[in-house]
Design a protein around this ligand. Structure first.
Ligand SMILES: Nc1ncnc2c1ncn2[C@@H]1O[C@H](COP(=O)(O)OP(=O)(O)OP(=O)(O)O)[C@@H](O)[C@H]1O
Ligand SMILES: [Mg+2]
Length: 364
């Protein structure tokens, strides 16, 4: 007597060649049936090369035959096109939402906002990953207190896959874990794209509700590679309030909204909105002017996710590797928790009202 549940358990022991997770979690198996002595199912395998496909097939046979030597095993290879599979979630079907954090200008606080958003979402109970896609100047290792750490490596069907590093409840990958920061700057064009693809397709990401991607400033190779490698759920734009920052931020925002990219803007975070000295916690000095975040919101018809004041303790928490969102005593703890709540609300609205993003196909 062949037990359906037992078959599923056996299949769970077989790693998925693209993610390293098991093929059941990786949603490779569908229409599983047991009829008498027959085990039948569909295997979604058409994004794999022939060799990997054959190897996976024989692993499945061996595993099932070992438990049920007399069973007849019928594996139906699915006929979904590569494009359809990509639309179903591309190379990261186990990840529900991918949020790209972008800005026009450098130094406006993208990395600070990315780290604290990721941690605040995880404090709320979501499963969260964070990619440091700033290959020119990775700052996530410092901000998470992970400098000098190396990611794990696991062989899956003969290929080395990276294992993200876990800290403060989030899973993270950065070029800073692979090369020394000083060396990162020598990466150029195709190598940059290669590393971004590696962080997405050759990294074993667990099941996640949110993957936050911290981008470098502007609209370059890294941004374009990201949107072509994975369907990005939405963009989160970070800006400071002054006009020069806005002009650049509009360019970054427009890239997402271009006709052939079509990634919705989830919202805007205005950072360094005002300065509040520690000794005068109730006063606000508008050092960089006012209203910039709202201007971007109007242009993108999105939502002001948060205004984050300039607080010396935030710079300090970034440098010390203990993010504000992980420290209940930090003056910005509540600001960041509210920011993450608002973001989650806007993402769920987006998912209710709009079709999933399609992976961008750019003609080059
Ligand atoms: N609201 C804030 N209050 C105080 N310091 C801040 C604030 N936001 C960011 N900083 C500090 O400003 C510096 C730049 O921030 P961050 O690295 O997050 O910017 P970025 O946009 O990611 O920069 P880059 O373009 O270089 O990647 C950091 O030292 C950070 O700690
Ligand atoms: Mg940064």
């Amino acid at each position: 007597m062949i037990d359906n549940n037992k078959v599923v358990d056996l299949l769970r022991e077989i790693p998925d060649p693209s993610t390293g997770k098991d093929i059941v979690t990786g949603r490779r198996i569908s229409n599983l049936r047991v009829e008498g002595n027959n085990i039948l199912f569909t295997l979604m395998a058409n994004t794999m090369d022939e060799k990997t496909k054959a190897q996976l097939n024989s692993n499945i046979y061996a595993k099932l035959k070992n438990e049920y030597p007399d069973a007849e095993i019928h594996i139906h290879m699915n006929r979904v096109s590569n494009q359809e599979l990509k639309d179903l979630g591309g190379s990261l079907p186990q990840i529900k939402n991918i949020i790209a954090v972008a800005s026009g200008k450098g130094g406006v606080g993208k990395s600070t906002i990315s780290v604290n958003t990721a941690i605040a979402l995880s404090q709320m109970g979501y499963r969260v990953g964070l990619i440091d896609a700033d290959l020119y100047g990775p700052s996530i290792p410092t901000m998470l207190g992970l400098k000098g750490q190396r990611p794990g490596v696991k062989k899956v069907y003969g290929k080395d896959k990276l294992i993200p590093i876990e800290k403060y409840g989030i899973h993270t990958m950065s070029i800073g874990f692979i090369v020394d920061e000083e060396q990162a700057v020598i990466l150029r064009g195709p190598r940059l794209s290669g590393v971004i693809k590696q962080f997405i397709t050759e990294t074993i990401w667990p099941e996640l509700d949110y993957l936050v991607v911290d981008l470098p400033p502007g609209t370059g190779d890294i941004q374009l590679t990201l949107v072509q490698t994975v369907p990005v759920t939405g963009g989160l734009i970070v800006t400071t309030p002054q006009d020069v920052a806005i002009a650049d931020a509009v360019k970054a925002m427009n890239m997402f909204m271009m006709d052939n990219i079509k990634i919705p803007i989830i919202g805007v975070v205005e950072n360094m909105s005002w300065f509040t000295p520690a000794e005068l916690p109730d006063s606000q000095y508008f050092i960089f002017g006012k209203g910039g975040g709202q201007k971007l919101v109007d242009k993108s018809r999105s939502c002001l996710i948060a205004q984050v004041p300039l607080v010396q303790g935030l710079r300090e928490s970034g440098d010390s590797g203990i993010p504000a969102a992980y420290d209940k005593e930090h003056p910005l703890y509540t600001t960041f928790m509210e920011m993450a709540q608002k973001l989650a609300q806007e993402v769920s609205k987006r998912n209710q009202n709009m079709a999933p993003t399609k992976q961008v196909q750019l003609k080059t």
